[in-house]
Design a protein around this ligand. Structure first.
Ligand code: GLA
Length: 366
C-alpha cells in the first residue's frame, strides 16, 4: 500500500504545545510518501527483518526480535512507529518499505513527523486498524520522546495527521480539540528557507522545556497555559530566565488566540502584527531565533506586500514564514531572495504554499 503525510509550517503558537497551550499550524504542499508491503517469511515460517529504504539516506534493517533501535539513525522514525504500534497490540509482522519525500529535511518543516505519520497510516492499514488522527499523533509523539529522545510536543504529528485542505488548524494542545480555520482571503503564506540547518535533537529544546516546567512549579500551576501574565512579576531574581521563558509562553498563547480571531475577521494586518510580535518574543524572551532567521525575518517584514513574518518551528535555523498579499507575492519572493543573498551570501528557497490536507492512503491493498 502507499500512504502520504505532509510537512507543516506553524503560523503562530511556538513552544506552546508542551505547555498545554495553543498552536495554529497548517500542512504544506510537500509530502513524504511510503510504499509498504508485508515482508516474506523465511522457509521455516520465521519472521524476518523489516527493511526501509530511502532515496536520500539508503537502507536500514531491523530484526524485531533481536535488535535495539539506533536512536541516532534516520530509520528510527520508521522502526519506532512499528515498535510502538506493536507495543499497543497493533502488530503487522515484518515489512518492506520505500520512502520518498520532497519535504526539505531539517528545515523546521516537520520532515520527521511526516515520515512517522505516513508510516503509521500504512502500518495501521496493513494491520486492518481504523485511522484516528489524534491517536496516531500521540503514537508518533511517543516515538520522538521514547525512541528518538527528542522531548517534543504534539503539534507536528497532529497537524500532519489531521490537517484539512485549505485550512490552518487552531489546536488546543491540552484538550486536543482541532478547529480548522481559513487563512485570510487575498493573502498567501510564503515559506522562507534560510538554508541554515540545526539538528532538533539537542539540549536547547530540552533546556527550554525544563525552564518552563520550573516556572510552572514556582507559579503552582499544572502548565504555563494556566498562569496569568501578572503572576510572573512575583518570580524571584534567581528565576529571571524562567520568568522570560514564561512571559513568552503566556503572551504567545494570547497571540495565538488573537490570530485565530484575526483570521476569522479577515484582518491581515492584525494577523501580521501578531506574527511580528511572536518573532520578537521568540528572539528576545525565549532566545530560540538565530542570526540567519533574524536577518530573513527583518528582510521579509520590510518586503513588498508583507503583513508580517516570523521564524517557524523549533528555531535556531531552518525556515521563517511571511503573510504576503497574494497579488504581490512574486515581487515579494524576488525581493527577499535578492536581499537575503546580499546580506548572507546564500540563495534562499521561497515557496508559496496553500494549506494542504493531512495524511491519507494513496493506494490500499497489501
Ligand atoms: C518543534 C517540536 C514541536 C514544537 C515546536 C515549537 O517543532 O517538534 O512540538 O514544540 O518545535 O513550537
Amino acid at each position: 500500500m502507499v500512504s502520504r503525510a505532509p510537512g507543516r509550517v506553524n503560523l503562530i503558537g511556538e513552544h506552546t504545545d508542551y505547555n498545554g497551550g495553543f498552536v495554529l499550524p497548517m500542512a504544506i504542499e510537500f509530502d513524504t510518501v511510503v510504499a509498504l508491503s508485508r515482508a516474506k517469511r523465511d522457509r521455516s515460517g520465521r519472521d524476518v527483518v523489516s527493511t526501509v529504504v530511502s532515496e536520500h539516506f539508503g537502507e536500514a534493517m531491523l530484526d524485531h526480535q533481536r535488535d535495539q533501535i539506533d536512536a541516532t539513525h534516520w530509520a528510527a522514525y520508521a522502526f519506532g512507529v512499528s515498535r510502538l504500534l506493536d507495543s499497543c497490540g497493533i502488530s503487522t509482522g515484518p515489512w518492506r518499505c520505500s520512502v520518498a519525500t520532497d519535504v526539505p529535511i531539517g528545515a523546521s518543516l516537520s520532515s520527521s513527523a511526516a515520515l512517522e505519520v505516513a508510516m503509521a497510516a500504512a502500518l495501521l492499514h496493513l494491520a486492518g486498524e481504523s485511522w484516528d488522527a489524534v491517536a496516531t499523533a500521540q503514537i508518533c509523539q511517543r516515538v520522538e520522546n521514547e525512541v528518538v529522545g527528542m522531548p517534543c510536543g504534539i503539534m507536528d504529528p497532529l497537524i500532519c495527521s489531521s490537517a484539512v485542505q485549505g485550512h490552518a488548524s487552531l489546536i488546543d494542545c491540552r484538550s486536543l480539540d482541532i478547529e480548522p480555520r481559513r487563512v485570510v482571503d487575498g493573502s498567501v503564506i510564503a515559506i522562507l528557507d534560510t538554508m541554515t540547518r540545526r539538528e532538533l535533537v539537542d539540549s536547547a529544546y530540552a533546556d527550554r522545556r525544563a525552564a518552563c516546567a520550573r516556572a510552572a512549579d514556582w507559579l503552582a500551576v499544572n502548565a504555563l497555559r494556566d498562569a496569568p501574565l501578572d503572576a510572573i512579576d512575583g518570580m524571584p531574581d534567581d528565576l529571571t530566565t524562567e520568568r522570560r521563558r514564561a512571559r513568552h509562553v503566556i503572551t504567545e498563547n494570547e497571540r495565538t488566540l488573537a490570530a485565530a480571531n484575526a483570521m476569522d475577521s479577515g484582518d491581515a494586518d492584525a494577523l501580521g502584527d501578531l506574527m511580528n510580535a511572536s518573532h520578537a518574543s521568540l528572539r528576545d524572551d525565549y532566545e530560540v531565533s538565530g542570526p540567519a532567521l533574524d536577518t530573513m525575518v527583518a528582510i521579509a517584514q520590510s518586503g513588498p506586500g508583507c503583513r508580517g513574518a516570523r521564524m517557524t518551528g523549533g528555531g535556531f535555523a531552518g525556515c521563517a514564514l511571511a503573510l504576503v498579499d497574494a497579488d504581490g507575492a512574486e515581487a515579494f519572493t524576488r525581493s527577499v531572495r535578492d536581499r537575503y543573498r546580499d546580506a548572507c551570501g546564500l540563495d534562499a528557497d521561497v515557496w508559496l504554499s496553500q494549506p494542504a490536507a493531512g495524511a491519507s492512503l494513496i493506494r490500499g491493498g497489501e
